[in-house]
Write a new protein. Structure first.
Length: 239
């Protein structure tokens, strides 16, 4: 049937060649032969269409097993700082949390990183650039009355939000072009604290202490098989 329709369309476009198509006479043996070939070709086409996804799935399961799995919903969770000065509270990885009901349905999540909740808040961020260097100043304030030493602070995690281009530029600067890290202690009026010699308390931290988060094997957002290329995990976790 398909060959006849194509033949008629060809005859309409090329009347001079219509006589060579033999549209008038139809040999029943030839008709049956064409129908048999058409049926076998259709079965072959159906088989190829059915096997192609299976071949692709098998190949992807071998090279990138997690590609065929749906990516679960992820979100940023913000904790309010403590109001009492003292050691922070550690929220461990895989801690279950629940959202507010959305149309009567509560969404369940789990934390991906261990997080320390401290009586600290980020009060201000300033950025200055010159021909010699660029300076990023973070102003932290305690949310309760007390001494800084009571916090037992041994690490502080930063998260860059906002415009993606700006946050990525800041991240690149901290990870690849960081020259020094200094901590300056201030009083309640925002003035530097002085020691007995009248000098301000200024602490220096080695730039090697500034490390990225999320690249270690135990810091992945979701479990990954051992045969997964690590670069694919980085891309999927940051898309």
């Amino acid at each position: 049937m398909a060959l006849r329709q194509s033949g008629r369309q060809f005859s309409d476009r090329n009347p001079a060649l219509a006589s060579f198509l033999g549209q008038a006479g139809q040999d029943p043996d030839v008709e049956r032969l064409l129908e048999g070939f058409a049926f076998l070709t259709g079965r072959l086409r159906q088989k190829l269409d059915d096997d192609l996804p299976e071949l692709t799935h098998s190949l992807m399961q071998l090279l990138w097993p997690n590609y065929m799995r749906p990516m679960p919903a992820v979100s940023m969770l913000q904790f309010d700082p403590l109001m009492a000065v003292g050691p922070g509270i550690r929220v461990e990885r895989d801690t279950p949390v629940e959202s507010e009901p959305v149309k009567g349905q509560v969404c369940q999540f789990r934390t991906c990183f261990p997080t320390d909740i401290l009586p600290l808040k980020l009060a201000n961020v300033s950025y200055s650039a010159s021909a010699e260097a660029t300076t990023l100043t973070l102003s932290l304030e305690m949310t309760g009355d007390g001494h800084l030493g009571a916090l037992e602070l041994n690490r502080l995690r930063l998260h860059f939000a906002g415009d993606r281009a700006i946050s990525q530029a800041l991240y690149l600067g901290l990870m690849r072009k960081l020259k020094s890290v200094k901590i300056l202690l201030l009083d309640e009026q925002g003035k530097p604290l002085l020691d007995g010699d009248g000098k301000s308390y200024e602490l220096s931290i080695s730039v090697d202490q500034v490390q990225p988060v999320g690249f270690a094997e135990d810091e992945s957002l979701i479990p990954y098989p051992l045969n997964t290329f690590r670069g694919y995990r980085y891309l999927q976790g940051r898309r």
